[in-house]
Design a protein around this ligand. Sequence first.
Ligand code: HEC
Length: 127
Amino acid sequence: MASPNPAEGWISCRRILWFLAIAAGFGAGLAGCHRAPPLTPQEAEGKHLYSVRCAHCHEDNDLALKKVPPDLHDVFSRTALPSGAPATDPDVKRIILSGKGMMPSFAGRFSDDQMNDLLAYLHTGLR
Ligand code: HEC
């Protein structure tokens, strides 16, 4: 009986390493996709509403308000809003509807669907 060829063992080991490297690359690619899945139609609609109704203040402060409108990118990844109110859907809806300080009220400006679209987009962290 011939003993197993050590060179062959080395080659198949390299094959396995190749396979692992490719699999790891593929896995990393998938993980990358997972981090930023495309916006759902609802989130995309919310993004549009945010960009026409909110961004000019919250990103550009185009009215040069003394109280700079807070950055909303991570509004739902924290437990509290900048004012200290809980960062929950009902609280954010209430603020959008009633306004706050220099922020105008949007009462009657959004349908229920539009409000839900907007909140869905705020939940994405404003991608
Ligand atoms: C005219 C400018 C302006 C517009 C338009 C505007 N905001 Fe604001 N927003 C502000 C200002 C100023 C504050 C800070 C209010 C304060 O704490 O006195 C604020 C605060 C907030 C807060 C944090 C409230 C808290 O309790 O800390 C949220 C959430 C928010 N805005 C969401 C929105 C959304 C969503 C829109 C679009 C529908 C929007 N805002 C449109 C100016 C604006």
